[in-house]
Design a protein around this ligand. Structure first.
Ligand code: NAD
Length: 334
């Protein structure tokens, strides 16, 4: 099948081409993000392969359908950026990669926690500069602390298991609690309890209208003073302006982010020679107790192999009706 692959980086091309030796689709790679302006590049492609910051709103989907596209094959687990109602109405099928490597994201979450707590990023620079002072590098024992996991799906549960290995008390909130995870040692609590009892809060729920700005002025009033907040889920789970205020007042003691509300205009490219126009993002960079990475939690060899394999497998399953098609649930039009 002819596939227009958007937001392609060298690594995407490498892993997709390798997997495609078995699938033999016709892949056309485009560096550009999918937007209203770049939609014509997909003309004649039966499938469009998209990533997390591609624009998949109604006007773009309508244009794609006019150009002959019948399938959106997401290279991601999250699908919050797709207008599913429009896709359903346009008879456009949408597939995703439901679980490529929960460990990749869970382990990156732990990397953020440990870097923030023991200030590895500051120590690295100091030691390179011949400064061996320990002032300002004081951390705390993770062992024995209470870790709050919001969303115990594949990633949240993997993260919880790691933190239980640190001998933490792990509490969780999920509208669909799992008895198996309770047996593993975590305890489900209401969200308000999680907020007020956790020393570390980590977000692993999907971005939906219900979870949009889950962390906001009002929820931050409930947290322990000095809490560590980690978000490797989606940027808009957090109201960034509220979080900046909470950092200034000391309500939040540490912040680790792999995702950012307005990341579309920033992440996945080299802007090192340019002036960043986003003042909220720039303000976040000024705090000594904030570590940000540019949506890299998924970025392991194992994850990229699985993403390429599942994405091309989805396209083949759509085309032939054979094999597993990981379809995003369709939305029934109102
Ligand atoms: P999943 O579908 O396995 O789990 C999501 C869990 O969240 C489910 O258990 C669900 O019941 C729960 N949930 C739903 N609504 C909730 C709410 N209001 N409050 C609390 N929990 C709620 O998904 P997953 O594979 O574990 O991925 C979780 C999220 O991580 C994805 O939606 C995606 O946004 C993000 N993600 C980020 C990266 C990255 O590189 N940073 C990579 C992959 C996924």
């Amino acid at each position: 099948m002819k596939v227009a692959v958007f937001s392609t980086k060298n690594y995407d091309r490498r892993f997709l081409e390798e997997a495609n030796q078995r699938y033999r689709h016709q892949l056309a790679f485009f560096d550009s993000r999918l937007t209203a302006e770049t939609t014509p590049l997909a003309q004649g492609a039966g499938a469009v392969c998209a990533f997390v910051n591609d624009q998949l709103d109604r006007p773009v989907l309508e244009e794609l359908v006019r150009g002959g596209t019948r399938l959106i094959a997401l290279r991601s687990a999250g699908f919050n950026h797709v207008d599913l109602r429009a896709a359903t109405e346009l008879h456009l099928r949408v597939a995703r990669v439901p679980a490529y490597s929960p460990a990749a994201v869970a382990e990156h979450t732990v990397a953020l926690i440990l870097s923030l707590n023991r200030k590895v990023f500051r120590a690295y620079n100091r030691v390179r500069d011949g400064n061996f002072s320990l002032e300002g590098l004081l951390g705390f024992d993770i062992e024995g602390k209470t870790v709050g996991v919001v969303g115990t799906g594949k990633i949240g549960a993997t993260f919880a298991r790691i933190m239980l290995g640190f001998n933490c008390r792990v509490i969780a909130y999920d509208p669909f609690p799992s008895r198996d995870y309770e047996k593993m040692g975590l305890k489900y609590v209401p969200l308000a309890t999680l907020l007020s009892e956790s020393d570390i809060i980590s977000l692993h729920c999907p971005l939906t209208p219900e979870t949009h700005h889950l962390i906001n002025d009002s929820s931050l009033r409930r947290v322990k003073r000095g809490v560590m907040l980690i978000n490797t889920g989606r940027g808009a789970l957090i109201d960034t302006r509220a979080v900046v205020k909470a950092l200034k007042s000391g309500t939040i003691g540490h912040l680790g982010l792999d995702v950012y509300e307005e990341e579309e205009e920033l992440f996945f490219r080299d802007l090192s020679g340019q002036v960043i126009q986003d003042d909220t993002f720039a303000r976040l960079q000024t705090f000594p107790n904030v570590v940000m990475t540019g949506h890299q939690a998924f970025f392991t060899r194992e994850a990229l192999t699985k993403i390429a394999e599942t994405t091309l497998g989805n396209i083949t399953a759509f085309e032939t009706g054979k094999g597993t098609f990981h379809e995003v649930p369709q939305e029934v039009p109102a």
